[in-house]
Write a protein that binds this ligand. Structure first.
Ligand code: HEM
Length: 353
């Protein structure tokens, strides 16, 4: 099975396959140079030891030309100093989830992806970074196109369009276009691209994944921090990030040569039975919950709190409406992000108060 292609993930067989591999140990050799990390302890080792496991040679799906050294494709201290140039505002629009859901309920339901989760995540991102109207819609469409690119060629083309759009807007007013001011033009553009790519679509997918689990399993919309983290653990919206080994080392019971590439598979790591009791059950009160849905170490997710906030707002809004039902759904076709491209919800009765 090719765990780096979308098919096994969208058809739902990839996780069971990884669970089967776990029987052979926490680290599994996939081919001559690639290894899958399935153990929690080993994942923490990879993500926190940037000297041995570098991000320098890329962490994701397709090769992207990076003009300088970037935040996610470099190691500390360079990545740390770039990260210091970023900040998230402490206030966000906490009413958007309720407003979007009110509209959906008044219409008797609709698509949770396009009519709720995506506008919530993109709207929150826009409010945080002072983007609105046409600019926000265009940036949303461009970065969604990147996230959904089926192959390297379409990814490079979508990336080129995004880059020229950013170049046209260089120096425009607002928090987003000011991100990375003081960096070289190439580094600044890469930072803006990274933020736009990471800042809304994975959150939208986290929201629909969580809603699907709760509605399908008839679980309560519990807006507690424990419930939010358990939903993140159980759904693990981002599938994997890769690191490259710099010097020969051991990981679990496997010897790794320099140049080996290790892929941390978050959905498997977050169900490691050595760390999580009853890992395949959703326990909304689970504590402690040291899941790695946001990664760990120097590259741990920069927007984790913003994403958690939106999940909490979603649960709060859903707790105030009549119990919805699910209609048809279409799984997202991606080897990087789990989620849905469509998830229909039906609901009767009055909207949230
Ligand atoms: C539920 C939604 C999200 C999930 C599951 C998620 C997950 C992750 C993970 C696993 C990483 C680590 C990558 C690595 O180790 O190489 C990461 C990094 C990152 N995330 Fe998120 N993320 C989410 C939402 C967001 C949001 C809302 C933002 C921005 C507003 C954001 C911005 C970033 C950035 C900039 C990085 C790179 C950090 C670095 O390389 O130092 N993410 N995210």
């Amino acid at each position: 099975m090719d765990l780096f292609s979308a098919g096994p993930w969208s058809s739902g067989v990839a996780l069971a396959h990884l669970e089967g591999l776990r029987a052979g140990g926490p680290v599994h050799r996939l081919d001559d140079t690639r290894f899958a990390v399935l153990g929690h302890r080993e994942a923490v080792q990879v993500l926190t030891d940037a000297k041995t496991f570098t991000s320098r040679f890329g962490t994701g799906k397709f090769h992207v030309e990076v003009p300088g050294r970037s935040l996610n494709l470099s190691d500390p201290p360079h990545s740390t100093s770039l990260r210091r140039t970023l900040s998230l505002p402490s206030t966000a629009d906490r009413t958007l989830a309720r407003r979007l859901l009110t509209g959906l309920v008044e219409r008797g339901g609709g698509d949770l992806v396009t009519e709720f989760a995506q506008p919530l995540a993109l709207g929150t991102f826009g409010a945080a970074f002072e983007l609105e109207g046409e600019d926000l819609a265009r940036l949303g469409a461009l970065t969604r196109g990147l996230a959904q690119a089926p192959d390297a060629g379409s990814f490079q083309r979508a990336d080129a369009v995004l880059r020229s759009w950013l170049a046209e807007h260089r120096g425009a007013p607002g928090r987003f276009f000011e991100l990375g001011a003081g960096l070289s033009p190439g580094d600044q553009q890469y930072l803006q691209r990274l933020l736009a790519q990471t800042g809304h679509e994975s959150t939208a997918m986290a929201i629909v994944l969580a809603l699907e689990v709760l509605i399908r399993r008839d679980l309560p919309f519990d807006p507690s921090p424990e419930a939010v983290d358990e939903l993140l653990r159980f759904t693990s919206p981002l599938i994997r990030f890769v690191r490259e080994v710099t010097t020969p080392t051991r990981l679990g019971d496997v010897a790794l040569d320099a140049g080996a590439r290790v892929a941390v598979f978050f959905p498997a790591v977050n169900r490691d039975p050595a760390v999580f009791a009853r890992p395949d059950e959703v326990d909304l009160a689970r504590r402690p919950n040291p899941h790695l849905a946001f990664g760990a170490g120097p590259h741990a997710c920069f927007g984790a709190e913003l994403a958690r906030q939106q999940l909490m707002d979603t649960l709060q809004a859903f707790a105030a409406i009549p119990r919805p039902q699910l209609g048809p759904c279409v799984a997202l076709s991606s080897s990087v992000t789990r989620g849905f491209s469509s998830l229909v919800m039906r609901v009767r009765g009055a909207g949230p108060s």
